[in-house]
Design a protein around this ligand. Structure first.
Ligand code: FAD
Ligand code: NAG
Length: 424
């Protein structure tokens, strides 16, 4: 097979995954990351849906199991800390997964495992502290045309394929769509944040979530004994928070959040005190809930393609990592199968392969976008009556094991992972 020269921008989940698959067909891959080292931050993420068989296909199962977080399940509690409903983890074999996945893993551990897959591969270069400035590309009529990339450090290099796996705020996307194209990020009117606090003996090892009026949720998860991870989710517009986030003033961000939860009941006061004073809480990460909506047919342009959150982010969906892995596999697979049929034109394989990838995967990756306001009203109610309804519904749902059916609609959950023998 002709050897492709590929640039992958972004060393999160999707970037290292596509690097792995492309290296399997002998491609020479340069994986660049803007941060100075593997960005192993982030909290608990879970592998769901088709991400699970794919993770196994990548030979990562043992490594993932070795570091996975054994959360016994998820519970809803009230403001006094009383359990209202409990959804136990669905253990292996059943195929179905509850709200807690069988494969809960710290995001950083997953990123490290993905990197290790190509760490000693001589065809792969991992460059940190590196990003690009701009690119141009040859006409598509040129069967072996290139993308001409200018890097931030001033050097230039040509590639057969450039993949933007640089997350929700993707700069590759901006360069590809054009500076004048509308920003495809859509704010869904809510936020998700998390940080660590020193643990108390009473902190549950269950994922624990407490609903407060005003569409605010506070919760905890626990992956190690010393720390408790606090999760905040809340809906609505918060101009003061937006302003603090924009200014980058971390103390102001923390103050705004504390004001939102102080006096909320349960452990709110302890958590808000820690947020403002405990050094452990300096890992605070907070993001608006966003979706990336790119017009159909524009996930790629010529030899430049978008992958992962850069293409289809859905902050609150819970499938970010799974779809990052699956998209990487489909993109690499589509290109590999075209190259195998006809290796005479890298342009044809890359341009058409990227189009096929969007056609196959876009309906899956975006199946949960938009139109779920009723769902949010149920999951993050504004009033105490709404919270009472949610607790009642959740209690019934937990008896009926509805948690095991959560997540995907039936078309998406029945979707078969394509098989690409070229990648085996
Ligand atoms: C609270 C919370 C909970 C979540 N829970 C889950 C969950 O349970 N399950 C799940 O599947 N997902 C979850 N996610 C989402 C998940 O983390 C992402 O969706 C997933 O990691 C997507 O991977 P990605 O590689 O596309 O992007 P990212 O992981 O964002 O990686 C992008 C990388 O590109 C780098 N980069 C950015 N710009 C540049 C540039 N210009 N040049 C070079 N490098 C650049 C960044 O530093 C980063 O390393 C959660 C997210 C949040 C906020
Ligand atoms: C890569 O090579 C180094 C040095 O030989 C070794 O320590 C490391 O375990 C190797 N990594 C993998 C994933 O095999």
């Amino acid at each position: 097979m002709a050897s492709l020269k590929v640039l992958v921008i972004g060393g999160g989940i999707a970037g290292p995954a596509v690097t792995y698959w492309l290296s399997r067909i002998g491609a020479h891959v340069t994986l660049i990351e803007r941060a100075a080292d593997i960005r192993a931050s982030g909290q608990q993420v879970d592998l769901r849906g088709q991400g699970v068989p794919l993770m196994k296909k990548m030979g990562m199962e043992a490594a993932v199991r070795a570091v996975s977080v054994h959360e016994p399940g998820m519970q809803l509690i009230d403001r006094s800390g009383r359990t209202k409903a409990f959804f136990p983890v669905a253990e292996s074999g059943s195929g179905k997964q509850g709200f807690t996945s069988e494969f809960e893993i710290m995001r950083g551990d997953l990123v490290k495992i993905l990197y290790s897959l190509t760490e000693n591969n001589t065809n792969v270069r991992h460059l940190f502290d590196t990003t690009i400035k701009s690119f141009t590309q040859d006409d598509e009529s040129n069967p072996n045309g290139k993308v001409h990339v200018s890097f931030q450090d001033g050097h230039e290099e040509d590639f057969d394929l450039v993949i933007g796996a640089d997350g929700t705020g993707s700069r590759t996307r901006k360069l590809m769509l054009g500076e004048d194209a509308p920003d495809p990020r859509k704010s869904m009117g809510g936020y998700i944040g998390y940080y660590s606090v020193p643990s108390n003996p009473g902190d549950s090892d269950r994922g624990t979530f407490c609903h407060l009026t005003g569409a605010r949720i506070i919760g905890t998860r626990k992956d190690i004994p010393e720390l408790t991870r606090v999760y905040m989710m809340f809906r609505g517009k918060r101009p003061a928070l937006d302003e603090a986030l924009l200014s980058g003033d971390q103390a102001e961000v923390k103050k705004t959040l504390a004001e939102l939860y102080q006096g909320g009941g349960w452990e709110c006061d302890r958590f808000m005190d820690a947020l403002q004073h405990a050094p452990e809480a300096n890992d605070l990460y907070i993001t608006p809930i966003q979706e990336v909506h790119i017009p159909k047919g524009q996930w790629s342009k010529g030899r430049v393609a978008l992958l992962g959150d850069a293409a289809h982010c859905h902050t609150a969906g819970g499938y970010g990592c799974a779809w990052g892995l699956v998209g990487a596999y489909v993109l690499a697979g589509e290109i590999a199968s075209l190259l195998k049929k006809d290796a005479s034109s890298t342009t044809a394989a890359v341009v058409q392969g990227a189009k096929n990838y969007e056609e196959k995967f876009r309906p899956i990756a975006t199946s949960m976008h938009g139109g779920y306001e009723w769902f949010e009203d149920l999951l993050a109610p504004k009033t105490s009556i709404g919270i009472w309804c949610l607790h009642t519904f959740a209690k019934v749902a937990s008896y009926m094991k509805l948690g095991e059916m959560s997540g995907l609609d039936s078309t998406t959950s029945k979707w078969q992972l394509p098989n690409y023998p070229e990648l085996d």
